[in-house]
Ligand binder design. Structure first.
Ligand SMILES: Cc1cc2nc3c(=O)[nH]c(=O)nc-3n(C[C@H](O)[C@H](O)[C@H](O)COP(=O)(O)O)c2cc1C
Length: 130
């Protein structure tokens, strides 16, 4: 799991896919943070992406770096604890201009039942479950 989060951080940007009915939706994301041994991402409840996740928490993310692409498929679970939100904001000070732990908008979610697959054109895929 450390390898997965380090890859996401090194890539800088990953793309988060959700579903809305039968329509896939995808957008760039950057937050990736380990808290209590789980991989968390951050968003705002006002965003469509948040509404889509709450309607259907099955998501997939994809990042690419140095000839290797990573996909993480799984289910996102909201962690509504203040300390979880604050841990994310502490890890991303740049978010603190837009978000705070008690603003009613900031939301952090962790991956459950995740399958991470590292792929390249040269080697066999490597699968990590967490
Ligand atoms: C490089 C980059 C990283 C981003 N990271 C995040 C993020 O971690 N969380 C977030 O909520 N929005 C992030 N955004 C903004 C979302 O992509 C943007 O709000 C998007 O429109 C949300 O999807 P939606 O319109 O389907 O709700 C990022 C944007 C960029 C360009």
């Amino acid at each position: 799991m450390e390898r997965v989060v380090n890859f996401l951080k090194d890539a800088g940007t990953y793309y988060l896919a959700t579903v809305e009915g039968d329509q896939p939706r995808v957008r760039p994301f950057g937050t990736a943070h380990v808290f209590e041994g789980k991989l968390y991402i951050q968003t705002g409840k006002v965003k469509d992406v948040s509404k889509q996740i709450h309607a259907n928490p099955k998501v997939e993310i994809c990042a690419f770096k140095d000839g290797v692409w990573l996909r993480v498929a799984g289910t996102l679970v909201e962690d509504d604890r203040r300390e979880a939100r604050q841990s994310m904001l502490d890890a991303y000070p740049s978010l603190q201009g837009m978000y705070s732990a008690d603003d009613g908008n900031t939301e952090v979610l962790y991956f459950k039942d995740a399958t991470a697959t590292f792929s390249s054109f040269t080697g066999a895929p490597e699968v990590i479950k967490f």
